[in-house]
Design a protein around this ligand. Sequence first.
Ligand code: ATP
Ligand code: MG
Length: 506
Amino acid sequence: MKQSETTVIHGFLDNRIFGIISGIAGEMGVRAFVIGGYVRDCFLGRQGKDIDIVVEGSGIELAEAVAAAVGSKVSVFRNFGTAMLKYKGMEVEFVGARKESYRRDSRKPLVENGTLEDDQLRRDFTINAMAFSLQKEDFGALVDPFGGIRDLAAGIIRTPLDPDTTYSDDPLRMIRAIRFATKLSDGQRQFTIVPESLESIRRNRGRLSILSRERIAEELNKILVCARPSTGFRLLDETGLLELILPQLVSLKGTENVDGHCHKENFSHTLEVVDNVASAELQAIAGGCLKDYVNVDGVEEERPRTAPNVWLRWAALLHDIGKPATKRFDKASGWTFHGHEVVGARMVPGIFKSLRMPLNEKMKYVGKLVLLHLRPIALVTEEVTDSAVRRLLFDAGNDIDDLMLLCNADITSKNPRKVERLKKNFALVSRKLAEVEEKDAIRNFKNPVTGEYIMELYGIPPCRQIGELKEYVKNAILDGAIGNDFEAADRLLREKAAEMGLVPVK
Ligand code: ATP
Ligand code: MG
C-alpha cells in the first residue's frame, strides 16, 4: 500500500456532526474516519445524504456515545456489527474496521477486527476506498492509498486489488462496477470501467450464481433509476451478465432481413425508450407534473412525485419483451409483431418471479403498462372518439400519465417526418384525454351501481345476472350513452333488469 496523502481539504467536514464524532472518538481513544461514498461525492461536488464512519474499534459503542451526545436514537445491527443514527436528515452509519477473507462458495466473508488499511483493502473500488481522518491532529486529511482521487478525476472505475480476486470474492461488485459507471457519468464526465476489470467481469460472470436474486434485482433497480440507464444495460450485455440475469432482454437483439425488409433492432430501441422515459420523468418531476397515489389506511392519497418511479422504468425495459415470440414475416405487410403487448404483459410475472421481485400491485402496474403501451398511439390512427378515450382512461386509471409518458418515449423513429406526425397526433390524444377527464371524471371510475345494491333491490343472491347488469351499465357510461351518475345508472339498470324479468322487492 502506498503512503497515504496528508492533504487536508477544507470545507468538506463543516457539518457539526464530524466535530462531535471526532471529539468522542478521541475521548474513547479510537481512530475514526469518514469513508466511501460520502468522500467520493465530496470531490464530485455532490452532496451525499449518507455518511459512513469506520472506527478502529467498536462501531456500535462509538455510535451509542455519539447518539447520546446529540440526543438522537440509534439503531444497532449486532449481526453486522453496525449502528446507525439520524442527524439532521442525514443517516450516519458506524462500523468497526474489518479485515476480511473469503470462501469459495459464499459472498459472506470471514471477518476479523482490523485497521483502517485492512478495511480500505476490502473496499470495492479505488474511488470508494478514500477516507477523511477525524483525528484532532490531522482532521480532514485524505487517506487515499490506491489513487482514488486520480481515478475520480480521470473517470475510472478500478478495483484496489487484483480484479479477479475482488470479483470472485464478492460477485455483487461486478454489478456495482456497472452501477457506478452508470450513476456517476453525466453530461460532463463519462466514467468507464478499466479494460482489465471489464475482462475480469466477463471471466468471472459465472460467479453470479452465488448471489441471491434479490441482491441482483436491487442493483438492477439502482441502475434503472439513473439518469441514463442504457449505459448500465449495455455494460451488462457486453460483459455477458445480462444473459444470466435477464435472457429475455438479450433475445431482443439483432435484426433480420427478408427480401430487403429489415425490422427495428429491438434491444437498442428498448434502451432508447428507457432513457427517454428517464429524462421525461425527471423533467416532469421537476415541473411538478407527476403524482403518486398511495394507500394510507385504505384511503387513496395523491402526492407529487419527487423521485423516479422504478416500476415505470421496468415497464419501459419490458415494453417490447413479447416481440421475439410474436415476430412474423408476411410478404404483403413485411415484419409484424402482432399481439406483442399481450404476450409481453403475460411474461412479466415470470420475470418478476425469477428476480424475486414483488408480485403485488407493482408487478400488476408493470404488466398493465406493457399491455396498454400501444393504446394511446393506436387511438390516433383511428378517429379519436370520446368513447375510445373514456375506455383508455378507464383501463389505465391513475396510471394514465405514466402510460402517456411511456407511449411518447416509445417514438424513436429516425424518420423526422414520421416523428413529427406521431408527436402531433400524440399531443391531440393528450388534449382529448384532458377534456374527457375534466368532463366525465373516468380515471377513478367506480360503477354507480354496486353488486350489493342490485342484490338488495331485487332480493336475489350473488348470481351471473348481477355481473351482466353491472357490465351493461358500465359500458353505457363508457360509451357515453348515459352520464357517469347514480340517477342515470339506476334508471338504465331498472330498464335492463325488467327486460330480464326481474322485479324490485321494494
Ligand atoms: P451510494 O451513493 O450509491 O450509496 P456508496 O459508495 O455509498 O454509494 P454503498 O453501497 O452505500 O455505496 O456502500 C458504501 C461503501 O461501502 C462503498 O463506498 C464501498 O466502500 C463499500 N462497499 C459497499 N458494498 C461493497 C462490496 N460489495 N464490496 C466492497 N465494498 C463495498
Ligand atoms: Mg451509500
